[in-house]
Design a binder for this molecule. Structure first.
Ligand code: GDP
Length: 314
């Protein structure tokens, strides 16, 4: 069964790893949000793509929860000594990714081609694709005005509260041919919306009219997994954003946000009763907190089983 998973960084990568094991890597295409990408110290940093690259490639730091395992911080220390910006942590090994990627992009390669090569270097047999080779950048409106994504997310630790979002460039951005081909594949068995932040990880992809149309036209069922468990986000600002937009902080509210796009929804067992209100949308309740690799694989199996039971949309 072929699957396309739309993913942000940390929450998305957990399920993507489970899907890779449950399906076999060659069946899986992961499309990553690139609207968090930014230029820092002259380098293009792609947080979600790199979280996926390190997670699927077995190079992620499990304890810290982001970045590469076995990381060292010599460059950051030297940068701080020189009075350079040290608000965005870049490990030495991680820097190698940004250096190589940026130099290859400047030499004229596409982000899709560079990431495909880096994934192959890490032995990843799944397909890892940026949502587009065109730049899309999330901007956030707060009580202090519009802010760029990383200065808000990392620099200000996701403060102040967000009142509106803008995905600059999304209207004109074209998903790569590889993304469109994966969604148009007649053998596609499911599109999975990973348990990522719906507003800043999944919505930037859905903000591209071309991707929306491809999703609308594809026959495979679209199954989302809730990033909210019992009224709380496992990590990050998803719950605060729901509240800030005046929505209920619940798994149900995330499904309502995705609306008619969903063919099925996977929630945590703790949210089963409340999710009954989503009927007639098929809902499956299971353990959705992914701590171990077995948790990731078990949740992936539930998602795939649900997709099989729902079958093609038309
Ligand atoms: P980011 O781009 O690194 O912020 O990562 P994502 O957008 O992919 O994921 C953030 C979301 O993942 C948050 O809303 C978390 O609640 C959710 N998340 C993280 N771990 C888990 C988990 O184990 N289970 C579920 N259901 N959601 C999770």
């Amino acid at each position: 069964m072929k699957v396309v998973a739309l993913s942000g960084g940390i929450g998305g990568a957990k399920l993507a790893l489970g899907l890779m094991h449950a399906l076999g890597p060659r069946e899986l295409t992961v499309v990553a949000n690139t609207a968090d990408d930014f230029e820092h110290l002259g380098l293009l940093v792609c947080p979600d793509l790199d979280t996926l690259l390190y997670t699927l490639g077995g190079r992620a730091d499990a304890e810290r929860g982001w970045g590469r395992a076995g990381e060292s911080w010599g460059c950051m220390a030297a940068l701080a000594e020189l009075g350079g910006p040290d608000w965005f942590q870049l490990g030495d090994r991680d820097l190698a990714t940004h250096l190589l990627r940026t130099s290859r992009l400047r030499a004229g390669e596409t982000l899709t081609a560079v990431m495909s090569d880096l994934a192959a270097r890490f032995g990843i047999a799944a397909t890892l694709l940026p949502m587009s080779d065109d730049p899309v950048r999330t901007r956030l409106k707060t009580a202090q005005g519009w802010m760029e994504f990383q200065p808000w997310f990392v620099g200000r630790r996701a403060e102040p509260a967000v009142t509106a979002l803008d995905f600059a460039g999304a209207e004109a951005a074209r998903p790569s041919d590889a993304v469109l081909a994966a969604l148009a594949d007649t053998e596609l068995g499911a599109v999975v919306l990973c348990p990522s932040n719906p507003f800043i990880s999944i919505d930037p992809m859905l903000a591209m009219p071309w991707l929306r149309a491809a999703l609308h036209g594809c026959r495979a069922p679209v199954i989302a997994v809730s990033p909210i468990i019992a009224g709380q986000a496992v990590k990050g600002p998803t719950a605060r954003m729901l509240a800030g937009f005046g929505l209920e902080v619940s798994a149900t509210a995330v499904a309502r946000h995705y609306g008619e796009r969903l063919s099925g929804y996977v929630v945590d067992s703790q949210d089963a009763a409340a999710a009954a209100a989503l009927a007639p949308l098929p809902v499956r309740a299971t353990r959705t907190l992914m701590v171990s690799l077995d948790d990731r694989i078990a949740l992936a199996r539930e998602v795939l089983d649900m997709a099989r039971s729902i079958g093609p949309r038309r």
